[in-house]
Design a protein around this ligand. Sequence first.
Ligand code: ACO
Length: 429
Amino acid sequence: MADKKLTLNDPESDKTLDLPIISGTQGDPTLDIGNLHKKLGYFTFDPGYGMTASCKSEITFIDGEAGILRYRGYPIEQLAEHSSFLEVAYTLVYGDLPTSDQFTRFERDITYHTMVHEKLNTFIQGFHYDAHPMAILSGVVGSMAAFYHDKLDVNDAEQRELAAKRLIAKMPTIAAAAFRHSMGWPSAFPRNSLPYADRFLHMMFSVPAEPYEVNPVAAKALDLLFILHADHEQNASTSTVRLVGSTGANPYACVAAGIAALWGPAHGGANEAVLSMLNQIGSVKNVAEFVKRAKDKDDPFRLMGFGHRVYKNYDPRATIIRKQCHEVLSELGQQDELLDLAMELERIALEDDYFVERKLYPNVDFYSGIIYKALGIPSSMFTPMFAIGRTVGWVSQWLEQSSTPTRIGRPRQVYTGATERDYAPIKNR
Ligand code: ACO
């Protein structure tokens, strides 16, 4: 594609500049503004980076208008139907679906690293019993750099790969330990004979007093949720991981920062917020009133689980989860009136001009909480569940970034503060 000419709408300057176009294999073309300041003296203003590509990446493709999500080219719908979370993890990390041998080796490697250093458990014990598990998760993951520091050379591909595997393997162990701490239960060790999602459920809910059998319906549902959350290109937490990664920081520090970013209610914290919102609405008859509040600019209330920076169509993950929600509840023989409430909320919102005009659709978090609740997972653990799945995306993106030359991430600003003024002694102020 030919370069585009940029003409400034500035009466004091008649300068123009040819901007090279960067085209990926798919997606809208992107203007390369690298020379803009040097040639014309301008920076660009893009709060929230909604119009800015921060990197080139081969990992995940989203077409928000069409509601398309693909990992390494594979449609999310196909992966959700045929794959497993660990196979998706391999694919995101290495680029292609694994052969049988490659998968066996990968699964063995991940399984081998599931245990955490016993001293990390003492960290968890040090937290107050009512600490939010996301606070524990970010603190403990950050501290991993202190335990695995002998293999922290980010310029060494083998050491990077090992750190990535450790993070994928240990995240469920740490998340489950955070939950058990809040319950006052003794630690549970990972049972390596179990598959990934089953192992996590076992670590969450087994107690020494009686046997615990993992429910295969629950394990399958959880594995699917991990797949759906595994990556989502340059979202806030992944961009945080990359920004921290751009400084050359160690992977545990990068992922701990990603966990902190994920916790916010505008991002991964939305799944927990959706459930509180549904509880707050309480009954189908109150839905209209809450939809009205969500539209009122003077009311801070928003419909949690609705809207997305990139999707201006139904989030394809929400379509899959919505279906799964019905299946899981029926297979577990449960009924949850929150599901009826959620469906009514969705119906009313999708007919409302406010939501239609702004293209606000349910996102991945709208239904996930109802499934987690059906699996017996408390709402404070919803965002840690998201973090377990997204760890794969974080490490894949960090590995991609670390294997290519990267400039430190350092945005500009439009300064709107005081211009130069003189210091005044305190007695004169
Ligand atoms: N409820 C009511 N109005 C909304 C909502 C909502 N959930 N989301 C967006 N809007 C409105 C905004 O008020 C704005 O209206 P305006 O044009 O009249 O000012 C318009 O829609 C555009 O919204 P923005 O805030 O500019 O959209 P942005 O891309 O910055 O934010 C976000 C996206 C953060 C996801 C937002 O839709 C939101 O807060 N949703 C609720 C939280 C949520 O579900 N987060 C999870 C996202 S998915 C994920 O991270 C896994």
